[in-house]
Structure formats: structure tokens, C-alpha cells
Design a protein around this ligand. Structure first.
Ligand code: MIC
Ligand code: SF4
Length: 643
């Protein structure tokens, strides 16, 4: 029996454990990436490890999230990141150079390599044949220090692509179709491996759109083979030497095979408020819209923006619509500028935004109250746009562009617009002048620390028993945007005490104060949740800030992969109900105890939840590796790593 593509790469990088799906394995990491919003904490933690240099083949620090710079905080963070990069031998990508995933694909992604990034959309690199995985900043810090990165050895699903996309249907619709089939939950521990004759019909940036939004399914990552199309892309980026041919063996065995005929995909949209709420664009046809935003790491490539420009050429954005356009990278912006396409976009009445995350993370372009907005990004969680009542639909650049002109949701197939045929360039414009390459690590660089940069908070060791109160009970699919909002609050990422004032802000603004009061009384805080807790981003602050507020345990029906790892990393125990119906038997405000939890973990015994308010006892389960338990005993990964 042959190997899947995933197995080939993982086996070559295996550092700890046996390749048995479901087992914990440690893999060697070739490349890392960070972005500024998660990066400051990752580098503070890297500094705390006391190493003099990163140990990876390549590490890049991107500045793309917090580029608004209202107040000193963002700029302080950027300077900190720049000096840390110089000191430890990391490439620094300045603000304005573009969104980490798009830029990484263009300039550094290499087939066959492993990449771990402190951002959940790191799997974008799967479009170029990498095993690229999103993680919390602390895991990335450990990988930069040369430590293995731990994952559950994945199950591998094959998505057999056949046929070819019809005009007006794009890669975005393919991944929306995947989301319709697989939904946003229940895919933990899976890698989606694309194969079949349809692969060659998709360019690398189109493949990257698909692997990017695989993150919304909760999979470990998604990957495409590296073929002649990959070679063409790398050649056009002046990097043909980085190409290798890589594909699954023809007799590889998969845990599941699904068929997807590209020719049968039609324009789709994610309806509010989940990327998994898939509707047909044709069913939405005619709905009036207020805002259109084109950009984000999902859809901001040269091809995406040329498509937009061709559709807009000679047309006007509808008077009731605000169209914002954020090119994914400086390379894209330079190319559409030199080719005159930017002029067509401006002539049509678009607002040109910085090459950064911007609207996608809700730090700008918040729509009006009750607005209906179309966005080419990947997440439409309630309130993520900055406007709680806004109804955000996720669509392809084609649907976005046509609808911006008509002023209503429009299925482009039934419109009068001419289909824009965009060909991939044989040569991209290469100008790496907004990277700062450290020729070598310079131990003499002084690290700049503005007042926004605090120390990473520490935790105490796991106590023998957890005794406290259920501070909050939440339902299913709570995202990290609910736990730790970004948008306007993003600028406090480097200041944990301040950022902690906003934990669970969209759900219960009293949570931080109540939790802190309890903590000061010496009580432990416990969170109760439904299914798929911690969906979405990799932000470790969703574990770190609750830790700061004295949260010791999360009891949930299920927890998503990256968040589950972050909880371990910050010494918060995650437990599940043996019987899911028991979720109903515990309420916020209940006084509870997890007696002798430490000993129970050591002995592999089930944990009991003693509910003193209701006078009941419930059984809880967990599945931790020995390594994870030891991290929990130490109170988190940093303490475990430096001990
Ligand atoms: C996101 O899209 O939610 C983010 C902002 O990129 C996050 C990272 C963060 O919170 O800084 C992610 O996807 O991991
Ligand atoms: Fe940035 Fe949005 Fe991509 Fe997150 S999803 S990395 S905020 S563009």
C-alpha cells in the first residue's frame, strides 16, 4: 500500500511517536510564520526560553493585522517585532508588505516543507504542497527554538477533484461547497488532501483559497500536490529551484474519499453568522446590499484582483454600496498598479485599502447598523465586522464585483456582465525591499519595548483539586472571537491585564470583573460550554487571558483543535461530559469541585464533577497524552519548556 501525500511529508519530519492515526506525534518544523497580533506574545515567550537564535530553516515575522495605528500601541509592537527579528535571525515583513499567508505563498512557501504559523489560516501554504498548520504563539515559539510541534497523527481524507470550473464559478465556491459537505465542526484530526484530474485546472493561488478556508472546517490542514502548475507558479516568482514534484502514491489508502466535480459547483455564499451556513447565490439574487469588501488572505491574489478590475472596468459602483478593496500583498498592489487595473478599480468608485487584514479582522470598514455586506474573506461570525447587527455573507470576488455594481446580490451567470478571463502571469513583479533580512542573528541588537509590551503572565502549577464556581455557561460553536474579541480591542494584544478586561465581551461583559474577584478570594473559575468550543482563530489569548482571570477548567461537549492545544499550553484543563446530557445539569453560578484532579490525571482515572449547589456528581472524561499532562501539572508549556 502506498502513502498519501500527507503521510509522505509527515513521515519525513517525524521526530516523536509512531505514525498511527490518533496517536500524538511530534514533527520537525522547517519554517515558521507569525503575524503581529499573535507575534508579540510568541516572541516574548521565545525570549523567555533564553535561546540566542531561531533554529528553523526560515522564520518570518509579518506585520499585517494591527496596522491601523490609532494611538501608540500598534507602532510600539511593530518596533518590538522588528528588533526581536534582527536579534534572533528572523525575516521581518514590514507593515504594508501584505497579509502573511499571501506573502508567504508568493515568496517563501516550498513544496514538501513543514510550516507552523501563529494564525489559523496558515494552511494557505497547503496550496503549494506544504504541510502548513496553524497554532498558538507559544507552540510556534517552541518550534522556532527547534522543538517538535505536536499534533494528533491525522486521518487523511481524499477529495477527488474532477471536471473543470464553469465561468463565474471560482475556487471560493469550491471551498464553500466543501463547507456545505463537512460543516464547521466534527473534523478535528483530519487532513483534507486534494487530488484527481481536476487539480491541474487550478492555479496555486486558487488552491490556496481552498486550503485557506479549510481552517473553517476545523481540520488540521489541507494540502494539494506539487505539480507542473506549482512549478509554473514558482518559476514566475523567480523560485523554480524551490520546486519538487510531490503527489500521493496511486495506491495510497485514505480514511475517506469524496468526489467533487468542479463542473457541478455553482456560486455559493456563507450566510450569517457562520462560514458553514451555505446558501446558493441564485437564491439570494436581488437582495439589496450596503457594503462589499474584497481582500483578506482568502481572496486577494493577483488573479482575484484582476478579476475584480476586469468586471469593474468602465462601470460604476452602485451609489448605495461602499466597495473596499485590500490587495493581499504589495506584489499584487504593484502589479495591478503597473498594469493599469488599479486605475479601473478606482475609476469605478472603490475605496483602496491597505494591503493588510483590515476589514477582515473588524478593525476598520465596519458596516452600518443592520447592513447587508458581501465579503470575500473567510469568517462572518456575529459582530466580527465590528457591527453586531450586520449581516455578512462570504462570497467569491466574481460575485462581490458584480454585486457591487448592481447594488444587490447578483448571480453573475444570469447577469449581462462579460466573463473576465484572467491568465496567470509568467513573471510576477519581484521586489523584496519591504522585507528586512537579517544576514545573521545579531546578539547586540537592543530590543525595543514600548509601554504596551508587558511580560507574559505566569501561572501556578496545577492544584490537587479545582474548587470554585461555574462563572459562565455558553452554548455550541463559541468562537475565539466570542472569547477574546479582536477588532477595536486588538491593540491590547501585548498587554494581557488590559486585554483581559474584554474576555467574553460579546457574551457577558461582567465576566472579567466577577472572575477577578473570585480569583482574589482564592477560588477557581470554571467555564461550561457546548459543542465545538473555541472555533476559529489561533489566538492563544483566548486561553491566556482566561488563565490570567483564574480560569482553571473548561468543561465542554467538545473543543476545537487549536484552542484545545492553547488551553493545555496555558495550564487550563479541558474536560468533556461522559454523558452529553449532563451539560443540562450544571448552571452558571453553581459551586463545584473537581476533587483530586491532579492525581486522577496521573492515574488515568475519570474526573468527577461534584456540584455542591445541586448536590450531584457527574463523570467527566479527557484524552491527554503523557506530555500534555506534564504540561498541565507545570501550569503551562512555558514553565514546562524552561524547567
Ligand atoms: C483571524 O482571522 O481570526 C485572525 C485574526 O487572523 C486570527 C489570529 C489572531 O487572532 O490574531 C487567526 O485566524 O488565527
Ligand atoms: Fe488576516 Fe483575515 Fe486572514 Fe485572519 S483571516 S489572517 S484577519 S486576512
Amino acid at each position: 500500500m502506498g502513502d498519501t501525500l500527507t503521510k509522505k511529508i509527515l513521515k519525513e519530519h517525524l521526530a516523536v511517536g509512531d505514525y498511527i492515526p490518533g496517536n500524538e506525534i511530534g514533527i520537525n518544523i522547517d519554517q515558521t510564520l507569525t503575524q503581529d497580533a499573535t507575534g508579540t506574545m510568541a516572541y516574548l515567550q521565545f525570549e523567555a526560553m533564553g535561546l540566542d537564535k531561531v533554529k528553523t530553516e526560515l522564520s518570518v515575522s509579518y506585520v499585517d493585522h494591527n496596522t491601523i495605528q490609532v494611538g501608540f500601541e500598534n507602532a510600539d509592537d511593530h518596533k518590538y517585532l522588528q528588533t526581536v527579528a534582527a536579534k534572533f535571525g528572523i525575516i521581518y515583513s514590514k507593515a504594508g508588505n501584505g497579509i502573511c499567508h499571501q506573502v508567504h505563498l508568493e515568496r517563501f512557501g516550498k513544496p514538501g516543507k513543514t510550516l507552523v504559523g501563529s494564525d489559523s489560516h496558515t494552511p494557505t501554504g497547503g496550496g503549494i504542497g506544504m504541510i502548513a498548520i496553524g497554532a498558538g504563539g507559544l507552540d510556534v515559539a517552541v518550534a522556532m527554538g527547534g522543538g517538535p510541534f505536536y499534533i494528533t497523527c491525522p486521518k487523511v481524507y481524499k477529495v477527488n477533484l474532477t471536471g473543470e470550473l464553469k465561468p463565474w464559478v471560482s475556487a471560493k465556491d469550491v471551498v464553500l461547497k466543501m463547507l456545505e459537505m463537512f460543516t464547521t465542526k466534527g473534523n478535528v484530526g483530519v487532513v483534507m488532501e486534494y487530488g484527481g484530474p481536476g487539480v491541474k485546472t487550478l492555479s496555486v493561488p486558487e488552491r490556496a483559497t481552498i486550503t485557506n478556508m479549510g481552517a473553517e472546517m476545523g481540520v488540521t490542514t489541507s494540502i494539494f500536490p506539487s505539480d507542473e502548475e506549482t512549478r509554473k507558479f514558482l518559476r514566475a516568482q523567480g523560485r523554480e529551484d524551490d520546486w519538487i514534484s510531490l503527489e500521493a502514491d496511486t495506491d495510497a489508502e485514505y480514511d475517506k474519499v469524496v468526489e467533487l466535480n468542479l463542473g457541478e459547483v455553482e456560486p455559493l455564499a456563507s450566510a450569517p453568522h457562520s462560514p458553514g451556513n451555505i446558501v446558493k447565490v441564485s437564491d439570494m439574487d436581488g437582495t439589496k446590499i450596503d457594503q462589499v469588501e474584497v481582500g483578506s488572505c482568502t481572496n486577494s491574489s493577483y488573479k482575484d484582483l484582476m478579476t475584480l478590475a476586469k468586471i469593474l472596468k468602465g462601470k460604476r459602483v452602485h451609489p448605495d454600496v461602499s466597495l473596499g478593496v485590500a490587495p493581499g500583498s504589495r506584489q499584487v498592489l504593484q502589479m495591478i498598479t503597473k498594469e493599469g487595473a488599479l486605475g479601473d478599480i478606482i475609476d469605478a468608485g472603490a475605496r483602496i485599502l491597505e494591503s493588510a487584514c483590515g476589514f477582515c479582522i473588524g478593525n476598520s470598514q465596519s458596516p452600518k447598523t443592520d447592513a447587508i455586506g458581501l465579503r470575500t474573506s473567510n469568517r462572518n461570525f456575529e459582530g466580527r465586522s465590528g457591527t453586531k447587527s450586520a449581516q455578512v455573507y462570504l462570497v467569491s470576488p466574481e460575485v462581490a464585483a458584480v454585486s457591487a455594481v448592481t447594488g444587490k446580490f447578483t448571480d453573475p451567470r444570469s447577469s449581462d456582465f462579460q466573463y473576465p478571463n484572467v491568465t496567470m502571469p509568467s513573471q510576477f513583479l519581484i521586489d523584496d525591499s519591504m522585507f528586512i533580512f537579517p544576514q545573521d542573528a545579531d546578539p547586540n541588537v537592543a530590543i525595543y519595548r514600548g509601554p504596551n509590551i508587558g511580560d507574559p503572565p505566569s501561572n501556578e502549577k496545577l492544584s490537587d483539586s479545582i474548587v470554585g464556581e461555574v462563572m459562565l455557561k455558553v452554548g455550541d460553536k463559541i468562537t475565539t472571537d466570542h472569547i477574546m474579541p479582536a477588532g477595536a480591542r486588538l491593540k491590547y494584544r501585548s498587554n494581557v491585564p488590559k486585554y483581559s478586561e474584554f474576555v467574553f465581551e460579546p457574551i457577558d461583559t461582567s465576566f472579567p470583573k466577577r472572575s477577578m474577584e473570585n480569583k482574589e478570594k482564592g477560588k477557581h473559575n470554571i467555564i461550561l460550554a457546548g459543542e465545538s468550543y473555541g472555533q476559529g482563530s489561533s489566538r492563544e489569548h483566548a486561553a491566556l487571558c482566561p488563565m490570567y482571570l483564574g480560569v482553571k477548567a473548561v468543561i465542554a461537549k467538545s473543543v476545537e483543535r487549536i484552542h484545545a492545544a492553547n488551553l493545555v499550553n496555558f495550564g487550563i484543563v479541558a474536560l468533556a461530559f461522559k454523558d452529553e446530557a449532563d451539560y443540562e445539569k450544571v448552571e452558571a453560578g453553581d459551586e463545584v469541585e473537581l476533587p483530586e484532579i491532579k492525581q486522577k490525571l496521573m492515574d488515568n482515572q475519570p474526573v468527577t464533577l461534584v456540584n455542591k449547589t445541586k448536590n450531584t456528581e457527574l463523570e467527566l472524561t479527557y484524552s491527554y497524552s503523557q506530555r500534555q499532562k506534564e504540561i498541565l501539572y507545570e501550569g503551562g508549556l512555558l514553565a514546562y519548556t524552561v524547567k
